[in-house]
Design a protein around this ligand. Structure first.
Ligand code: PLP
Length: 403
């Protein structure tokens, strides 16, 4: 379609980003009455006391008018306290913390602030869907480094994960590389980068003097022996790292859109320069509620993790019995599967047929890749749903595929 017969309406930077797969798959879920394990949002709200805190803020007239540009002081203080308590990372709430409209705005503002047209931005592929578009809006060139499926057997147990090839990462850095965009725990693969991997990333960033943006929105969703380690805590990293967090995933209020950035005053000031012309401010009353949420006792975070772990195990068992090859996630609330044991190889075709075949909706991982063929046989299921929904989905998948 053209506006005047000569020029497409959508500009060249965004031309490749038509509509997202989530719209198509959610429509399919509705029209077929399927269980939607496509998009990653919980089907129950977060803690009642935090919901009440938002109501109180709204009633008391806190945050109903433009909050301060950097975020309300209560929340900035709570974010700094959280980073200190969890990771021993000290940030000045006044100069080193910025509240954003979710992690999505934090990602966009960071890239818009730090990337010059022509700069190369290295991102781990498959990537969260806003990365490619935000890099494009900033005029950057994205350089994917692909996480590869890896399998090893220890003590008779097979462990599968998508693994970062550090040599590949090293080789991707050029004189035009401006920054590394890292995501751990990683959506969609469920990989949690290890201390060794993060140490190597840090060494490379220091050696090549690169900036780093690290998306850690799933920091509280790590399972089994995995441990979330913030990249900013590695030697030489604090001064070059923009760390991004969000309340959405941790407190099961994805509609509130409260996210944040922590970093040095220079980095935070740069990000704020872009942020102030995107939304300026957002989510006033919710900022007060999230300040209370971040101060919840450690028992909240432990219970949240245990609950999600139990959900993971329900869905993973169902998928395994149905015949999928399951990459047991060490973090996030997604399970990536390989459909080849089912005699399938095209995730797109598989996901389009799945609602009719099994009454379940999933997402083909290929949408998160530039190298579509590398992602072709992988399909992602979200497990942030009520247990009875997951039990039902697991049963449907077993019925459709296990023979
Ligand atoms: C959900 C998600 C986001 C977006 O977070 P919001 O706070 O809802 O904007 C960013 N990054 C990753 C990896 C996510 O999964």
């Amino acid at each position: 379609m053209t506006s005047n017969g000569r020029r497409p309406l959508l500009n060249r930077r965004l031309a490749e980003f038509g509509t997202t797969i989530f719209a198509e798959m959610s429509a399919l879920a509705l029209s077929t009455g399927s269980i939607n394990l496509g998009q990653g949002f919980p089907d129950t709200d977060g803690p009642e006391e935090i919901r009440e805190a938002a109501v109180r803020a709204l009633r008391d007239g806190r945050g109903n008018q433009y909050p301060p540009g950097p975020g309300v002081p209560e929340l900035r203080t709570a974010i700094a306290a959280h980073q200190k308590h969890r990771y021993g990372l000290a940030y000045d709430p006044d100069r080193e913390v910025l509240v954003t409209a979710g992690a999505t705005e934090a990602i966009a503002a960071s890239l818009l602030a730090l990337v010059e047209p022509g700069d190369e931005v290295i991102a781990l592929e498959p990537y969260y869907d806003s990365y490619a578009a935000s890099i494009a809006m900033a005029g950057g060139t994205r350089i994917p480094v692909t996480l590869r499926p890896h399998e090893e057997t220890r003590d008779g147990v097979t462990h599968r994960r998508f693994r970062l090839d550090l040599d590949e990462l090293r080789d991707a850095v050029t004189d035009n590389t401006r920054l590394l965009l890292v995501n751990t725990p990683h959506n969609p693969t469920g990989t949690v980068l290890t201390r060794e991997e993060l140490g190597e990333i840090a060494k490379l960033a220091v050696e090549r003097d690169l900036l780093v943006i690290t998306d850690e929105v799933y920091e509280h969703l790590v399972f089994d022996e995995a441990e979330h380690l913030p990249l900013a805590s590695f030697p030489g990293m604090r001064e070059r790292t923009v760390t991004i967090g969000s309340a959405g995933k941790t407190f099961s209020f994805t509609g509130w859109k409260v996210g944040w950035v922590t970093g040095t005053p220079d980095l935070v000031t740069a990000v704020r320069s872009a942020k102030q012309f995107l939304t300026y401010v957002a989510s006033g009353p919710f900022q007060y509620a999230v300040a209370e949420a971040l101060a919840l006792p450690d028992t909240y975070f432990a219970a949240f993790r245990a609950d999600m772990l139990a959900k993971r195990d329900v869905l993973a068992a169902g998928l395994t019995e149905a015949g999928f090859k399951v990459f047991q996630p060490a973090g996030t609330y997604f399970i990536t599967t390989d459909i080849r044991p089912l005699g399938e190889s095209d995730g797109f075709a598989f996901c389009r047929a799945l609602p009719e075949r099994a009454g379940v909706v999933a997402i083909p991982n290929a949408v998160f890749y530039d190298h579509r063929e590398a992602g072709a046989p992988f399909v992602r299921f979200a497990f942030c749903k009520r247990t009875e929904v997951l039990v039902d989905a697991a049963e449907r998948l077993r019925k459709a595929f296990a023979h």
